[in-house]
Design a protein around this ligand. Structure first.
Ligand code: CU
Ligand code: ZN
Length: 191
């Protein structure tokens, strides 16, 4: 009699476990369907940063669209500690060893160079990234001033990302006196 009771409770626990397992699978499937449904609006562009001007800088920049907002993140490695300017430049061309093939600052609105969010500034004037003693640094920015993959004047795809040896002073024309181009990447649409 006691043995039967134990068997019964083991069976009940087993059924409970199966129930929990099945409901977890159910949740997961619902989540996957939600991801598929939201996929078309989640546009993304990326730029892999390679070294230029004899530096050993590497990094990755990612643009992710959420509604009309685009979040930009960049992470770099192997840079000297301190401030380094980061800009979007007009050409997605990193073929020159000094990065000059990327051209001047991306400036589709035809205004003066400046500080992001204050008065006039190029749409490529992202700002300065702080690199620590370990040679790494990261920066994040959210804006509705850019587009991804629309082919419009303010579409970032096809432009370049440049990391500079020095800080942007946000004043000097036309590019903030930020020194050599030590990192370069081409912004491409992510599939
Ligand atoms: Cu620049
Ligand atoms: Zn600029």
């Amino acid at each position: 009699m006691k043995k039967n009771l134990i068997t019964l409770s083991i069976n009940a626990s087993f059924l409970l476990l199966i129930g929990i397992f099945l409901s977890l699978i159910g949740c997961d499937r619902t989540r996957q369907q939600a991801d598929i449904l939201s996929a078309p609006s989640a546009k993304q562009a990326v730029a892999t940063i390679g070294s230029t001007s004899g530096s050993s800088v590497t990094g990755m920049a990612v643009f992710t669209q959420n509604g009309d907002q685009i979040t930009f993140t960049i992470e770099i490695q192997n840079a000297t500690p301190g401030l380094h300017a980061v800009h979007i430049h007009e050409n997605g061309d990193c073929s020159a060893p000094d990065g000059k093939s990327a051209g001047g600052h991306w400036n589709p609105t035809d205004v003066a160079h400046g500080k992001w969010g204050e008065g006039e500034f190029h749409l490529g004037d992202i700002g300065n990234i702080t690199v620590g003693e370990d040679g790494t640094g990261s920066f994040k920015l959210t804006t509705d001033l850019w587009e991804i993959g629309t082919g419009s004047d303010i579409d970032v795809v096809g432009a370049g990302i440049i990391v500079h040896a020095d800080a942007d002073d946000f004043i000097s024309q036309p590019s903030g006196n930020a020194g050599a181009r030590i990192g370069c990447g081409v912004i491409v649409l992510a599939e």
